[in-house]
Design a protein around this ligand. Structure first.
Ligand code: C2E
Ligand code: CA
Ligand code: CA
Length: 489
């Protein structure tokens, strides 16, 4: 079109001189612009089409999609997307900051769905997408769409100049898998799939199947009662996740992480049952159970000749408020004939930062005096003051996973981790990075001077029975390193 226009203008100049040149150069574009205004279609921008709708409208839209799909041999589906660790985001960025973050997430999501899909924000951190009916929506296609949505939500965001990494769990259902093909039926099914994803989270995705349904829903209703019974019946005990030194590569300890072995539902994550135990004031009892198993695990590693310097146990605020805590721990250590230095107490940074009551302060100080190591968990998310690090006699900072993610590729993350490590060094504290998933992150953390690492990249939490085999394989892998050093040195 442009070449044609140029030719006409030049032709005009050739035939009619300067006047024709000016008329042609101005006249044609004006005519074109006018024509385009006349022929422009009404503005149906995608942003309007896929803007957020309320919960009720969403369920209606989903219901309409299910009916239409049923009539026209098409298929539809529902995707629920829940941001993981929402509480941590709130603590770190405050209500306004987190809301800003959610707005960006929702805007991106609106931009990434198809025109006739519908989106709703069902709860603070829960988004729902109804997939417009389509002919070739099989499981493969639906999974592809859901993964794309998850990737969109998980893309890093920039806030106040810093990069924020979020992850999301996803529950997906297709109308073909659901017995009751209604909006509510699809929503229920997607919620069951999401609950299953949450159990395997963070960043997990599950597709609804009818087998998931009954036990999950039945159990959620009486979860608190069931969890208390499970505690007494020995269904809740710890799995162990290794921690290693970045310097020597050697195992420096294991963290005990509670797991519920439900006879029907299988393995249940602590994120799901801890709130139920908290509500029914059973965290003290959970602590006793986990401590007992952690110390007996230590004893069995000693007997097997595996050098495990420490085992870490998470202590909830409720346990720390128990005035008899120290006596209990002393008694347990005595019973297993273990030195207090073999036990690490993990306390959340938020607990230390919230100026806890006198008993908590006294307990932490007494544990440290007894010789236990104090680790500050999820460091970087809880605003503990430097003076509180001293006051509580903290020995090690566990740098939260949100700072560790992509640390090998993101200079901003490197600066944050580096600042934490420098501060720790100045205060005479050790550091452990949590959630290390890749060899690149591991190597970068070592270079930045972080003393210890823990994460899926080193080893996932595992039952006690698997720890010896894991340790054997791990040691075999790191064995060549010192030998190379010896040969060249
Ligand atoms: P936490 O203490 O921060 O424990 C680390 C969590 O991160 C664990 O989740 C672990 O499985 C997960 N994790 C470890 N490495 C990686 C990684 O590389 N990538 C990712 N994405 N995740 C990783 P888990 O076992 O589900 O525990 C969740 C939280 O529940 C714990 O977070 C802790 O706060 C609490 N918890 C677990 N067991 C106990 C317990 O016995 N007592 C108390 N009070 N809290 C517990
Ligand atoms: Ca912990
Ligand atoms: Ca942690």
């Amino acid at each position: 079109m442009l070449a044609f226009l140029l030719a006409l203008v030049l032709g005009g100049y050739w035939l009619g001189g300067e006047q024709m040149l000016i008329m042609g150069a101005l006249g044609f574009p004006i005519c074109l612009a006018f024509a385009s205004v006349l022929t422009r279609e009404p503005d149906t921008s995608r942003r309007d089409e896929v803007s957020l709708i309320g919960r009720d409208s969403f369920e209606e839209a989903l219901h309409a999609a299910a009916l239409s799909a049923n009539r026209s041999s098409c298929r539809t589906g529902c995707v629920l997307i829940e941001l993981d660790d929402y509480d941590k985001l709130l603590t770190r960025y405050g209500r306004a900051g987190t809301e800003h973050l959610m707005t960006s997430v929702m805007e991106r999501l609106c931009g990434s769905v198809r025109g006739r899909d519908r989106i709703s924000r069902l709860e603070d951190n829960l988004l729902a997408v109804s997939l417009a009916p389509m002919r070739r929506l099989d499981l493969g296609n639906a999974l592809h769409i859901a993964s794309r949505l998850q990737t969109t939500v998980e893309e890093p965001l920039v806030m106040d100049g810093a990069t924020v990494y979020v992850s999301a769990s996803v529950g997906l259902t297709l109308d073909s898998n659901v017995a009751v093909k209604s909006g509510a039926g699809l929503m229920d099914a997607a919620s069951v799939a999401l609950a299953e994803a949450r159990r395997h989270g963070p960043s997990a995705m599950r597709v609804y199947s009818q087998e998931m349904h009954t036990p999950a829903v039945l159990c959620d209703i009486g979860l608190a009662d069931e969890a208390i019974e499970a505690l007494e019946a020995g269904q809740i005990h710890p799995w162990f996740q290794p921690q290693v030194s970045t310097d020597t590569g050697r195992i420096s300890g294991f963290e005990a992480l509670a797991r519920w072995h439900h006879p029907k539902r299988g393995l249940i994550s602590p994120l799901e049952f801890l709130p139920a135990l908290e509500q029914s004031s059973q965290m003290g009892r959970l602590g006793e159970v986990i401590l007992y198993h952690a110390l007996s695990a230590m004893k069995s590693w000693d007997l097997a000749g595996l050098d495990v310097p420490q085992v870490g146990v998470n202590f909830a605020p409720e346990e720390l408020r128990n005035p008899r805590l120290i006596k209990k721990i002393e008694w347990e250590l005595d019973r297993f004939e273990l030195a207090p230095s073999r036990l690490t107490i993990e306390i959340l940074e938020t607990v230390v930062a919230s100026s806890p009551d006198d008993t908590v302060v006294r307990n932490i100080a007494a544990l440290s005096k007894l010789g236990c190591q104090i680790d500050l968990d999820d460091f970087g998310t809880g605003h503990a003051s430097i003076s509180s690090l001293r006051r509580f006699d903290v020995q090690r900072l566990k740098i939260d996973r949100s700072f560790v993610m992509k640390v090998d590729r993101d200079p901003q993350q490197q600066r944050m981790v580096s600042a934490i490590i420098t501060m720790a060094e100045q205060l005479g504290l050790e550091t452990l990075a949590e959630g290390v998933e890749t060899a690149g992150e591991h190597a970068m953390l070592g270079q930045l001077g972080c003393g210890y690492v823990q994460g899926f990249g080193i080893g996932r939490p595992m039952p006690l029975e698997d720890t010896l085999r894991w340790a054997e394989e791990y040691m075999a892998k790191i064995q060549p390193l010192p030998e190379i050093g010896r040969q060249t040195g």
